[in-house]
Write a protein that binds this ligand. Structure first.
Ligand code: FES
Length: 95
């Protein structure tokens, strides 16, 4: 398991919902999953610690910092786990 301090190395980033032209901001203290659920995106939360893949969400653009322990390198090209993962750039989601 990770020994990082919760909240360390977290910077805010944005998620852009291409289908509705909406930009969501993920603050340092939030998970992307929290923000997406609040926005009404139908994601099934599971473990919320990056272990189950239940929240796995496709993205089309963005430099994601993958912090899950369940996706394969191939999955990670266009899928991330918003419960734990962050991003260095804006992340674009499309239907
Ligand atoms: S809820 Fe389990 S990996 Fe995100």
């Amino acid at each position: 398991m990770s020994h990082t301090i919760p909240g360390a190395n977290r910077t805010p980033f944005e998620i852009y919902l291409a289908w509705s032209d909406v930009t969501l901001r993920v603050e340092a203290y939030q998970s992307a999953l929290q923000v997406l659920l609040t926005a009404g995106i139908p994601i099934e939360p599971g473990c919320e610690v990056g272990g189950c893949g239940s929240c796995a969400t496709d993205f089309v653009e963005g430099d994601v910092i993958h912090m899950d322990g369940c996706l394969s390198p191939v999955d990670r090209v266009h899928t991330f786990c918003p419960c734990v993962s962050r991003a260095r750039t804006r992340v674009v989601l499309a239907l």
